[in-house]
Write a protein that binds this ligand. Sequence first.
Ligand code: PXG
Length: 289
Amino acid sequence: MKIFIDGQYYDEENAKISVFDHGLLYGDGIFEGIRAYNGRVFKLKEHIDRLFHSAKALLLTIPMSHAEIMKAVVDTCRENNLRDAYVRLIVTRGVGTLGLNPNRCKKPSVIVIAGTIQLYPQEMYDNGMEIVTVPTTRNLHNAVNPAIKSLNYLNNILAKIEANIAGVEEAIMLNSDGYVAECTGDNIFIVRGNELLTPPLSAGALYGITRAVVMEMAREGGMQVSEPNLTRYDLFIADECFLTGTGAELIPVRKIDGRVIGSGKPGPKTGSLVEKYRALTQTSGDAIF
Ligand code: PXG
């Protein structure tokens, strides 16, 4: 595997960053998870736009342009001869001193790793997954804003640990007002009749790129799409529920906090959105080869 670090490619065993990098010392940095399908990088521009927005919020100056970063992602896939890939793009604050002042870090580092990912077992895509609400609440907007895709994922990791303790793979995180925000690495949707509902971004969700694609596909398919505040009760009484994310794609949910959702099997609206999403990923994106 060839890994891109600051303009050069390194073999896996030589792909190293300093122990003084503030990405490691303080989680001071940002990332994106991007997929390539069938020789094309899916929604690359959207991911790079979000990366630059995260950087702006953290006053982190990325030492490359939009176009250069897009090229680095595509080139790293090509360098590894990958037609289907999961790309982890990371920008760290760079090497600094012990002490958290980011002004001591002279140059942020850009890292691109192109590998593969399978977040959940196939059985869950076929039959739906079981998830639970966990005690750890989503970050507040006036703390580390949950829209920033930062290297500081401990909020989500704690929630993931709580899900694992409960014997499931994913957790629903509520915000401090008790409304549903999202899951640890996925946005959440419910279907109610012909309506598709997902929490508003103001509830503490990440501006999910898969989320935006699914909302557009549903509108095109004649569904009514809205973003109201949702409670756990709204989830329990939904006809269908599914999660979205670059890694997970669309995955049906069959049980939440012990309550069976709808028929307990992946529903027809979810099924049709899954098909449409798969078709889109196979045919659109920036070409690698
Ligand atoms: N919420 C959070 C907190 C995320 O981290 C999403 C929603 C979905 O957003 P996108 O833009 O991907 O539709 C994410 C993305 C992993 C992994 O390794 C996590 C994500 C993406 C890819 C892999 O668990 N999270």
